[in-house]
Design a protein around this ligand. Structure first.
Ligand SMILES: [Fe+2]
Length: 209
């Protein structure tokens, strides 16, 4: 029989296992073994504050971009980012919000991406074509473009088109599963991962990316 009332020796306080003894072997430099306490300290996003973006600031930047005659009206947009999420660039880790400007007569050429896009039209008239179906749009309309569906936008009428765009691309980018094909054509397929794709578009000057 064991001694009654023997004191249990408290376990020594564990130091984080940094794998230092294997640091010179491939794969170990950035590999850590974390306890539950250490893990949950890391995984939680502390100190994420609400964020507000002013419509005036958005329009000021868009108008500045609007003076640039981009080829084919590609991607004249601003994105609304909450910096408190760090590398997960978006309004929140899973949600991208953009505001896009298209001048009358301009076309955003046919392309696709594996993120879903929801377009809400704040201003303007024109057509958004998804997989060959031409949808007219006007202020107040919303169109959803499924993932990996070809689509293009054409602004008509006399006034600029302004679209409020929501996509689920930020989480995909973080998981390295975001793909663009822009413009349409398998030769223009881009894996949107830093270091593997210089550009999201084959028609952009890659040296400026
Ligand atoms: Fe798109």
């Amino acid at each position: 029989m064991g001694k009654q009332g023997a004191k249990v020796k408290p376990a020594a306080k564990a130091e984080p296992n940094t794998g230092a003894k294997r640091r010179n072997e491939p794969g170990f430099d950035n590999a850590r073994v974390l306890t539950a306490d250490e893990y949950f300290k890391r995984v939680r996003h502390h100190n994420v504050r609400p964020a507000k973006w002013s419509g005036e600031d958005v329009m000021e930047t868009l108008e500045e971009l609007g003076r640039d005659p981009l080829r084919h009206a590609e991607r004249r947009f601003v994105s609304l980012v909450n910096e408190d999420h760090g590398d997960l660039a978006g309004a929140s880790p899973g949600i991208f919000i953009g505001v896009q400007l298209i001048h009358p007569g301009e076309v955003v050429p046919n392309h696709r991406h594996n993120s879903v896009a929801i377009y809400h039209y704040l201003k303007g008239t024109g057509f958004t074509t998804v997989e060959g179906t031409r949808f007219p749009y006007k202020r107040g309309d919303t169109i959803v473009c499924p993932a990996w569906a070809y689509h293009e936008h054409e602004a008509t009428g006399d006034e600029d088109t302004i679209m409020y765009v929501t996509q689920d691309m930020t989480e995909m980018a973080a998981k390295r599963t975001l793909f663009f094909e822009e413009p349409a054509g398998v030769e223009n397929l881009r894996h949107m991962v830093q270091g593997t794709s210089k550009s999201w578009s084959a028609t952009r000057d890659q040296d400026q990316e």
